[in-house]
Design a protein around this ligand. Structure first.
Ligand SMILES: Cc1ncc(COP(=O)(O)O)c(C=O)c1O
Length: 389
């Protein structure tokens, strides 16, 4: 029998699947995969159900339903002051995951280089490699995840076609500052590159750190592409509705990719997400504070276990330094596996977000959970830690 594709075959099942399976086996509290306990706005769930029952179940327009594309453009104007033409600059996709693939398929050629910032969301590099593209990964430096500016400048070259920027950043919980974005924009412009901006956590920011789309910086309107996700903005991660805002010249080839990958996205979900994007400001501004309470609850609990937590200004995730509890010669993967079995709690090893030679003392914990879920995990961790002392 001939083998399947060698590049993809070389990757294992994602760590999220593997850890979630282990969680089920050991009835563990799952702070691994990033899905909220919150059920999402009832009005959206009802609208999606009614649209199906009312019989809107055939192929919607390829680029997305007009109401949703208009809602995306209006959202971008409302929150970021962007002037977006919904007909030529907005594409609806089946999740941010498809949006990313479409951008890569639509913009890249074999042999192009793409600059990635590590720790990186785990789909970027495998997909890029499968397309014959060369990822140039640059590591941000913990604990503050600062930009190694010289290394970044060196990673860009004449071959660089695009930068992938994920802010707010999974798994680091970092929200890039205007100063950092200005630096990245200067590299993108100097090297005549695009920036694919994965902004799925755009509304999940805490405290004083605002989310600033790279697209709003001088010189970036023509080079930056913004990707959003209804999954994150409305706590409906299973829906897989994503949206791309991009300059028309970049969106044209990306639309061709979408046409051949999924062609359309379920109409009832598009209809409901259009309603969602039109919700009042209070909805969007309430998301950060609600999540920040979960972050603080989890952070306070793990600090009491003598586990340092890294700063976190956005996303669903807190990074913990587990050096103190690592066994001799134990890495983060082995530690997380042992924790499921011995403590009944699932965390994600940060090495999953690196291509090579990852840090081995960091793990990611998800806090977009009900208080009871966080408390249950903390109780189990406390019991486990007291046995280690
Ligand atoms: C950084 C990042 N990008 C993209 C996605 C995928 O979003 P979607 O579920 O809309 O495909 C996720 C989901 O966890 C994510 O964390």
């Amino acid at each position: 029998m001939k083998a399947g594709n060698a590049t993809l075959s070389s990757y294992g099942t994602t760590i999220f699947e593997a850890m979630s399976a282990l969680a089920r086996e050991h009835a563990a509290v799952n702070l691994g995969q990033g899905f909220p306990d919150d059920r999402g706005p009832l009005a959206l769930r009802q609208a999606a159900a009614e649209f199906v029952v009312d019989g809107h179940n055939q192929y919607p327009p390829m680029m997305g339903m007009a109401a949703l594309r208009q809602a995306v453009a209006a959202h971008d104007r409302r929150f970021y002051g962007l002037d977006v033409d919904w007909q030529t600059e907005v594409l609806i996709t089946s999740g941010a995951t498809e949006a990313l693939l479409d951008c890569f398929l639509g913009l890249l050629e074999v042999g192009d280089e793409v600059v990635l910032l590590e720790p990186a969301y785990d789909t970027y590099a495998p997909v890029l490699r499968r397309l014959g593209v060369v990822p140039r990964s640059v590591r941000l430096v913990p604990p503050t995840w600062s930009l190694p500016r010289d290394e970044l400048a060196a990673a860009f070259s004449g071959k660089t076609k695009l930068l992938v920027l994920n802010s707010p950043m999974n798994p680091a919980g970092k929200v890039f500052t205007r100063d950092e974005l200005t630096f990245l924009a200067s590299l993108v412009e100097r090297h005549d590159a695009f920036a694919v901006c994965d902004e799925v956590y755009e509304h999940l920011v805490f405290g004083d750190a605002p989310h600033i789309p790279l697209m709003t910086l001088p010189g970036m309107r023509d080079r930056a592409l913004r990707i959003g996700s209804a999954g994150k903005t409305f706590s409906l991660t299973g829906w897989k509705v994503g949206y791309i805002t991009a300059p028309a010249h970049a969106l044209r080839p990306i639309t061709k990719a979408h046409q051949f990958v999924t062609f359309t996205t379920p109409p009832n979900l598009q209809h409901a997400v259009a309603l969602g994007l039109g919700l009042e400001d209070a909805y969007f501004h309430g998301l950060g504070p609600a999540l920040a309470r979960g972050r603080d609850r989890l952070a306070a609990g793990v600090a009491a276990l003598e586990l340092p937590v890294l700063p976190c200004d956005g996303t669903y995730f807190l990074v913990l330094d587990v050096t103190r509890w690592l066994g001799s010669d134990e890495d983060d993967v082995a530690f997380c596996r042992r924790l499921v079995v011995e403590a009944g709690v699932v965390l994600i090893p940060m090495s999953a977000f690196y291509e090579a030679a990852p840090p081995r003392h960091l793990v990611r914990a998800c806090f977009c959970k009900a208080d009871a879920t966080i408390d249950a995990a903390l109780l189990r961790l406390q019991a486990w830690v007291s046995k280690q002392r």
